[in-house]
Design a protein around this ligand. Structure first.
Ligand code: PBG
Length: 331
């Protein structure tokens, strides 16, 4: 029988004495390869446009996103998740610009692929909200509800044009039932078996998406509570996980990250595919805003949040700080 010691025999502080000791016994390590950079690409601008609620993040032009991708790859970041921001006049009820082979996201995928080849995984948001004039993630019924099954047909079309543009990984983020199976089927039907699916599996209806809506110029009518999950629940994340795995998800995601670390831990335990977390726009904005006021140590806070997300069970993390942190970790 093991007899556990007590003070003064047992002194946990011994393992905290020096940086080298602490490094050796660390249970969680961050590496640049764990990181994925989300990036916005805006149509019809010739210079990057700053996003007020996300200091340091911009809406890229096709030229500057190439550069950002090259820098991310150089820093050891594994992937870039691209979001398209179409010209205002191009938004309509069904999100036509999202399935236009020459739409801004498809152009961005091609531009980044030609810049970084296979050195950086090119990932794409597969969702309609950036392209609809009502701001919802799907198409609407006559009485204004989000029509699940009609939306799936739009997602299948998006999957095809994104694959044809050369994406490595698609990220269906609209929380429609059946979306993973439909996207897999659409990809396989055009011979895109090697395009992987990173499923937004547990995606909560969150107030922390606020800055993102500015980033993609989306003005949402109503809310997303009929398709995104209720922050009160964890069980339905496990149900969503089982469905996404059955439908062919290659990787699964929990989003947001920090307010949902318990969900992340449960999903990570139950998943037999890699698990990712998305540290979203509002999480970024909180740290940057507090740091700007001098209320927290920015660099330490950033690493602490990422370490917490890794510790809770995420293998990969989408974060707007990806390139900066990768440089710090490798430098
Ligand atoms: C949907 C999508 C959203 C985000 C990523 N994909 C917004 C939403 O669901 O309302 C949010 C990302 C962030 O806040 O950083 N296309």
């Amino acid at each position: 029988m093991t007899v556990y010691g007590s003070f003064p025999g047992s002194r946990p502080r011994r393992l905290r004495t020096t940086p080298t000791m602490r490094r050796m016994v660390a249970e969680t390590r961050l590496d640049a390869a764990d990181l994925i950079l989300p990036a916005f690409v805006r149509e019809g601008v010739d210079a990057p446009v700053p996003i007020a609620a996300m200091p340091g993040v911009v809406q890229h032009t096709l030229d500057t996103v190439r550069k950002a991708a090259a820098e991310a790859a150089e820093a050891g970041v594994s992937g870039i998740m691209l979001f398209g921001v179409p010209e205002d006049g191009k938004k309509d009820a069904v999100g036509t610009a999202g399935t236009d082979p020459d739409g801004i996201l498809q152009q961005a995928i091609r531009a980044v692929r030609s810049e970084t080849g296979d050195d950086l995984l090119v990932m794409s948001d597969l969702c309609l909200d950036e392209y609809t004039d009502h701001g919802h993630c799907g198409v609407l019924t006559d009485d204004g509800r989000v029509d699940n099954d009609a939306t799936l047909e739009r997602y299948a079309e998006m999957a095809r044009v994104q694959a044809e543009a050369g994406v490595h990984v698609v990220g269906p983020s609209g929380m429609m039932d059946g979306q993973i199976g439909v996207v897999r089927g659409a990809l396989d039907a055009i011979g895109a078996q090697d395009v992987a699916i990173l499923a937004y599996t547990a995606k909560y209806s969150s107030a922390f998406y606020g800055p993102f809506r500015e980033a993609v110029g989306s003005s949402l009518r109503g809310d997303r509570k009929t398709y995104q999950q209720d922050p009160a629940n964890v069980r339905e994340s496990l149900r969503e996980l089982a469905l996404d795995l059955a439908e062919g998800a290659d990787m699964v995601m929990v989003k947001p990250a920090l307010p949902y670390l318990d969900v992340l831990a449960r999903v990570a335990e139950a998943s037999d595919v890699p698990v990712c977390a998305y540290q979203i726009s509002g999480e970024y904005a909180m740290v940057e805003a507090a740091a700007e006021k001098g209320w927290i140590d920015r660099d330490a806070a950033i690493l602490e949040t990422l370490t917490g997300i890794r510790r809770a069970g995420a293998g990969m993390i989408l974060t707007y700080w990806a390139t900066e942190v990768a440089r710090r970790l490798r430098g």
